[in-house]
Design a protein around this ligand. Structure first.
Ligand SMILES: Nc1nc2c(ncn2[C@@H]2O[C@H](COP(=O)(O)OP(=O)(O)OP(=O)(O)O)[C@@H](O)[C@H]2O)c(=O)[nH]1
Ligand SMILES: [Mg+2]
Length: 285
């Protein structure tokens, strides 16, 4: 169904893909999943009363889904920034200044968070029954938020991107129904960008060292990045140590005991470890 107040009329309604066509084993299949998931977006966004766009507070603009606007009136879109516990006070303030609600779906203060989100949903629709579809990049915390809102651990949560494979409907109360959806992201993006956004299954990467080097080049002028490497992996990076990303990986490998036959550092494994830890780093690309 196309909403009456939709500014753009879509052409042909996209076909809903079969759940079995979704995959979760590496980068290539992730691209396939994205394309299929975009079909879901079209379908689900038309049918629901509120489109919740969950973004990562550490990279609000980088984790938005602009094409949601094509599938429903802008008034239906409710943008919420999650993972506030990982953000600096400056980031939180910038978000508030933009009028975006900030939450932490893993907060201990569950009832207050639930109330805030529920109020925001209610402010978007006055219908007797409200169907809310939750969209967002993989790993932004959609399923975690669903569990918080329904106060049960019904949606599967994990730090691996693309955990949710199909849509799942949950009843929040007599009035509000929530739909958890697979992660989506717009357009073709560099792998390094997606990793910084937590949208890549790191274990499925065949070239973690190459990706680490890309990230390293990008962050080489950022003191916060080096401080994070030092404190997270228990290494010391003096001026000269910073020039070669392989030296950094070598230090991390030795520190963690990742060694190959003959005592060489296993830099592939070290790179994979760094990339996976980025999901909880206090900064973004
Ligand atoms: N620190 C922190 N971690 C969070 C927060 N919300 C979710 N997470 C973590 O982020 C990871 C991903 O959470 P999910 O709820 O599975 O994310 P999702 O958006 O449903 O991911 P997909 O189903 O893969 O699209 C899990 O390890 C969560 O514990 C938060 O507010 N703060
Ligand atoms: Mg999920």
């Amino acid at each position: 169904m196309i909403p009456r107040n939709s500014s753009k009329k879509p052409g042909r309604s996209p076909k809903k893909p079969k759940v079995s066509r979704f995959h979760n084993s590496g980068y290539k299949s992730m691209q396939q999943q994205k394309i299929m998931a975009n079909d879901w977006v079209a379908r689900e966004a038309w049918d629901c009363n509120v489109i919740m766009e969950l973004v990562d507070i550490r990279n609000i603009d980088g984790t938005r889904i602009p094409f949601l606007k094509k599938f429903g009136s802008v008034d239906k879109i409710l943008t919420i920034a999650n993972k506030r516990d990982l953000a600096t006070p400056e980031l939180i303030k910038a978000c508030c200044d933009r009028g975006i609600l900030t939450i932490s779906a893993t907060s201990k203060n569950r009832e207050a968070t639930r109330r805030q989100v529920l109020d925001a949903i209610m402010s978007k629709s006055s219908r007797p029954k409200i169907k809310v579809a939750i969209f967002g990049y993989p790993n932004v915390g959609k399923s975690t938020l669903v569990n918080l809102l329904i106060d049960r651990k019904k949606a599967v949560v994990s730090p691996v991107a693309f955990t949710t494979k199909g849509r799942q409907m949950f009843r929040l109360n007599d009035r509000v129904f929530l739909m958890d959806l697979p992660g989506v992201y717009p357009g073709k993006q560099a792998k390094a960008d997606l990793i910084f956004k937590g949208a890549v299954n790191i274990q499925g990467l065949s070239d973690p060292e190459d990706v680490f080097i890309q990230l390293y080049d990008r962050k080489s002028g950022d003191q916060a990045f080096f401080s994070w490497l030092e404190s997270t992996f228990g290494i010391v990076l003096e001026g000269g140590d910073r020039s070669d990303p392989f030296d950094v990986l070598g230090k991390i490998a030795f520190r963690r005991g990742f060694l190959l036959k003959g005592g060489e550092p296993d830099t592939q494994n070290a790179a994979r470890l760094v990339l996976s830890k980025l999901a909880t780093a206090p900064f973004s690309a």
